[in-house]
Design a protein around this ligand. Sequence first.
Ligand code: PMP
Length: 431
Amino acid sequence: MTSAEISVRSSELYDRACRCLATGVSSSLRRHVTSPPLYIEHADGPYFFDEDGVCRADYTLGWGPLIVGSNHAGINAAVARQLKKGYTYGCQHTAEIELAELIVDSVPGIEQVIFSNTGTEAIQAAIRIARAHTGRDKILKFEGHYHGWLNNVLVSYRPKQDDSTLPQATCGGQPASEFADTLVLPWNDIEAVRQLFAERGPEIAGVLTEPILANSGSCMPKPGYLEELIALCREHNIVSIFDEVITGFRVALGGARELFDLQPDLSVYGKALAGGFTMSAVGGAAEMFEVLRDGRTIHSGTYNGTSLNIVAAIETIRELRKPGTYQRMEEHGQAVSDAILVAASKRDVPATISGVGSVFSVHLGVKTPPRNYREMLNSNMSLYGKFRQAMLQRGVQLLPDARWYVGTQHDDEVLARVIPVIEPSMKDATQ
Ligand code: PMP
């Protein structure tokens, strides 16, 4: 059966949506996930139920945020309590302080935070702080890294394959003047950074990096790479910024800071922070926020610190702080990864996995985990696409870019559903 045949109602809804909702979807990337896009009627724990009545185990987690699952009792109760007390105040409230205290207590080296709504926004806040702090304009980012959809960072996200690292627009409507202060290098190449800093260090305000390249194949940093990156930044008075929108509260409670035992100047959080509610944050040492206190720059937003999002984040972090949480996610991810590798090997398909248990990417057709965007392109995505389609038909929802998200809701029951369908799906994909 094709997905159109099992998604009759979603097809109808998509046709209806296309008449009034431009493109039919609310985020461009969602256009190409399934054909038609799936319409979800409700979600519960680890399961998504679509409008055609099909239940699927979900490993997309809303592209990352749903780290404690849907319909979570603690989040529901906290949000319901808060609903009766008001939605948003445009004033201060105690839950904000509670959340800030929880984050400071959970993440190594974070002394203070500011709150925004989306990852895109919080990244911009971090860039502005870095610029105000240093009095410099340039920002360095790396090929294949995603830091939101704004023009100054949606640069060389999917660069054309030539030898140049000249910054490239990712889509139409991005004038070069809007990323004239953005520099780009390949990732995981410390010598390239050293050379750039030697030549242009005094112009550079900050360096943005995903600490694990989750947006392009979940590439892991080479041993020592991030340490050296931070050290080089310190040497040249450049602000180091970890974009932990994916890794934060996911790869460990303290995110990449904890996993790699590193303290960049600033870290940016979103997605898993509020378990599916719209919340983001920038954190760092107190001195990094001096530029806000002394009025050199500002950070504003009508919905910053909105009470419903704040209480959802508090409940999410409380759930994540329970003993054994991260070990269970790691084990679940490992069990799924192992099953994929076994299934691939039985079909004589070279395969490897990169990332960690709670967020990893499957690479078919290659044996060595990629270390940067260009290496990631060697993976056989058309084969993976067939595998994903076969999994979808057997009740498992996956992202198109071969990334799997694991959350606390992925228990043994989910595993018992998923493991048996991996081999037949790989078989379908390869015949
Ligand atoms: N940074 C990273 C690493 C991300 O993965 C994303 C979203 N995929 C963003 C920033 C932007 O976050 P948002 O979509 O919430 O604006």
